[in-house]
Design a protein around this ligand. Structure first.
Ligand SMILES: [Zn+2]
Length: 327
């Protein structure tokens, strides 16, 4: 028995071989993952058959290629139990330091880092597959949070469709700058149909600039020279700026920076029942999700901003984890 197997036994994990024995291969719900196959991503077409039960492999009749059941998932070519990977990513998502995981499970630090990257890639793919499709967004709220990590500070920018509370995208950067906000707005654009759209944010000026630059299309022209860029019709942008005194909000200023007030009001009314423009939905979303109860408690107890944001970072990681479990 290897050192790795003995650790797995200690934590009651089944070995990869044991798990394989228990698995049931289902060719009806499996699809071909090969990019050049005409049947790529299609289920129930009858083109998949079981190639080898022992090696957990399928074969596609369309392209003739074989592939494992775990192809395209974080478990592909994994030399440990999938259960162990899920537990390690669970711990990372709850803010557990990688060094603690290395010590507890006897894993190499590079392995833990690799699993984190695998999980991140999976989450990105799930997000792109399920969320990044053009839809009528109506009102979008965006916010950025300062997250304290071990030895570093990072900024997390997030955008949410207000009506459905759907996270449209998130970007992490060391700086709260135009780059961060532009990448976020680009993600919003990937999920937007060219219809009237309202963005509501805090007073960070970078949103306005990014909003104008990203939501433009080239206009075809005759002759030589650069194409002209034309902004989408019906784009509205509003800011909700809060003023604080001793951690209490003492004033709220609302500014419509782009769009007609009537159109802003109409889009806001479609998205929610509140009587005024606000960024409450994205702020509340951080606190009220079930797996963020501790963050909610910390925020209401008036703990330091840094601590609150640290907890918010944990919430972000847990959101990532939810995606992994759901995938
Ligand atoms: Zn194929």
């Amino acid at each position: 028995m290897t050192k790795r197997e003995s650790k797995a036994d200690l934590f009651c994990f089944s070995s990869p071989k044991e798990e394989q024995k228990e698995k049931h291969l289902d060719s009806q719900t499996t699809f071909c993952p090969h990019a050049d196959c005409p049947a790529k991503g299609q289920t129930g077409k009858g083109n998949i058959r079981i190639h080898s039960r022992q090696d957990q492999r399928y074969k596609c009749k369309e392209c003739g290629q074989t592939f494992t059941e775990t192809k395209g998932t974080p478990f592909y070519r994994l030399h440990h139990s999938p259960d162990l990977l899920v537990r390690v990513v669970t711990l990372l998502a709850h803010g557990c330091p990688p060094q603690a995981i290395v010590a507890a499970f006897g894993l190499d630090e590079r392995t833990v880092s690799d699993w984190q990257q695998r999980a991140a890639a999976q989450c990105r793919q799930v997000h792109e597959h399920l969320v990044a499709h053009p839809r009528d967004l109506g009102e979008v709220q965006a916010d950025e949070l300062r997250v304290k990590r071990q030895g570093a500070i990072v900024w997390v920018a997030l955008a949410m469709q207000t009506a459905t509370r759907l996270w449209l995208g998130g970007v992490v950067s060391e700086h709260r700058d135009r780059w961060l906000i532009t990448r976020l707005i680009e993600q919003v654009r990937h999920g937007a149909l060219c219809l009237p759209l309202l963005l509501v944010t805090d007073g960070l000026a970078a949103y306005g600039t990014a909003w104008r630059k990203v939501f433009r299309d080239k206009v075809a022209r005759v002759g030589r020279g650069r194409c002209r860029l034309q902004s989408w019709a019906g784009l509205c942008y509003a800011q909700v700026i809060k003023r604080y005194q001793e951690r209490r909000v003492v004033a709220v200023e609302r500014r419509i920076k782009a769009g007609e007030p009537e159109q802003v009001e109409a889009l806001r009314h479609q998205a929610h029942e509140s009587s005024v423009l606000n960024t409450a939905f994205i702020e509340r979303r951080w606190r009220n999700v079930p797996w963020a109860a501790d963050f909610s408690g910390a925020a209401h107890a008036g703990v330091s901003t840094a601590h609150r944001y640290h907890r918010a970072g944990n919430v972000a990681r847990r959101h990532t984890l939810q995606l992994l479990h759901g995938a």
